[in-house]
Design a protein around this ligand. Structure first.
Ligand code: ADP
Ligand code: GN1
Ligand code: MG
Length: 373
């Protein structure tokens, strides 16, 4: 849970949205690293009603109107599909934007901050870590089905809400720049991590080269497929809907799989202070492969993509590791941190995952072959 207090001017923000019922309470919610999320409760004639309000991090998402246009297009498209296949009763299977009273998808507070609101997806919850193989399978299928739902999104290319988000060469060059600048004089202290990052530099180009040669394809992808971005039904544990749509944009399915693997086929939290605790878990990897290949997107992946599923997890662990290290070298300006060494610990734990995946690469290939049969 975040410790962020609800801002004092929240009543104005609340009043801007077309919610139902009288305001009861607002409290910080969730464990994201970027935006501020609040659970808002109102009182209606039919009883209490819940909403999720979010202050979008405008420093990171520089064009919030464009971002919200993406979210509107994506949620409307998915709602239409859900309605066609499952009827009105399945409304919670698509995230629903609460519009402002003047019909917009966001508002700005007196300080220029950007706010949006969603209906709370009732009867469901998120987990911050995968606990069972069944959960991994469910999450992978949900993200795969979600991607398939977006394959025929009308209206042209989505905005790139963060340019070069998973462009690993660009991420590496930003990291190199942070080492050279050494703005807060931390480079000497993290020599071992810097050396590790440089030793794997070639990995940064592997998927980009395949893409340039047309061997893997770009699609509309989620790009932040952490397990806590899928709502799970309280009663059945099945996926209800995919959330956190800020980074939906053109990308590689392998990035989605890799990010899922980094967070859902690993043995501990991404910021475990004991890096040695972090390993890839093969049974969870198998469950992810089963879920992803068994989803609506499974049939779309070609042989090169299937062959790189394990590598994708390594690449996303590496990418997140160098992003955490870059932020540490730049003085912790990007991610929320809970203590001064937080980004460094996150980096070390991600690099431990890279090492563990390297050891298991053959075993993972075998698993993909077995599941593909
Ligand atoms: P962040 O970008 O900070 O990760 P998210 O959009 O993922 O923000 O929201 C953070 C958490 O809030 C989620 O992990 C989830 O538990 C909860 N949450 C977000 N949107 C909803 C919603 N519409 N209904 C219920 N819970 C939600
Ligand atoms: C951020 O917003 P959140 O916590 O879901 C980040 C992801 C990283 C992740 C690391 C917009 O995700 O890219 O993989 O932290 N999101 C953005 O946990 O940078
Ligand atoms: Mg999230």
């Amino acid at each position: 849970m975040s410790n962020t207090p609800v801002p004092v001017d929240f009543s104005e923000v609340f009043a801007a949205f077309a919610t139902e019922g009288a305001f009861v309470s607002a409290a910080a919610y969730g464990s994201g690293h970027i935006n501020e999320t609040y659970l808002v409760v109102t009182n209606t004639a039919r009883g209490p009603r819940r909403y999720v309000f979010q202050k979008v991090n405008h420093r990171i998402f520089k064009n919030v109107p464009a971002l919200m246009e993406n979210v509107r297009r994506v949620t409307e498209h998915i709602r239409a599909k859900v309605r066609a296949s499952e009827g009105e009763a399945a409304a919670r299977r698509a995230l629903t934007i609460v519009p402002t009273r003047d019909g917009r998808t966001f508002t700005q507070d007196a300080g220029g901050g950007y706010w949006r609101a969603y209906d709370f997806v009732e009867g469901s919850h998120t987990v911050d870590r995968v606990e069972t193989e069944a959960q991994a399978r469910v999450a992978a299928r949900a993200f795969g089905d979600f991607q398939a739902q977006l394959a025929d999104l009308p209206g042209g290319r989505l905005h790139e809400t963060i340019p070069n988000f998973h462009h690993t060469r660009s991420r590496f060059e930003t990291f190199r720049g942070a080492v050279t600048a050494d703005a807060v004089k931390r480079a000497a202290e993290v020599r071992a991590e810097i050396d590790f990052a440089f030793s794997r530099e070639a990995d940064a180009d592997v998927l980009l080269s395949r893409l340039a040669r047309g061997e893997v394809s770009e699609r509309v992808t989620h790009n932040d497929t952490k397990i806590n971005n899928v709502m799970l039904d309280d009663a059945t544990g099945r996926a209800v809907t995919v959330i956190d749509l800020d980074t939906i944009m053109p990308g590689l399915p392998l990035y989605d799989f890799g990010e899922m693997m980094r967070t859902s086929a690993s043995s501990t939290f991404e910021d475990d202070p004991v890096a040695e605790n972090m390993k890839v878990r093969l049974p969870l990897f198998r469950a992810l492969v089963e879920g992803y290949l068994g989803s609506a997107v499974g049939g779309v992946l070609n042989a090169v993509e299937r062959d790189h599923l394990g590598f994708a997890g390594k690449l996303m662990a590496y990418e997140n590791g160098i992003r955490f290290l870059t932020d540490y070298l730049q003085g912790d300006t990007y991610y929320k941190i809970k203590h001064p060494r937080h980004n460094l610990e996150r980096c070390r734990t991600q690099f431990a995952l890279v090492r563990s995946i390297e050891v298991e690469m053959d075993a993972m290939r075998k698993i993909v072959e077995e599941v593909s049969k």
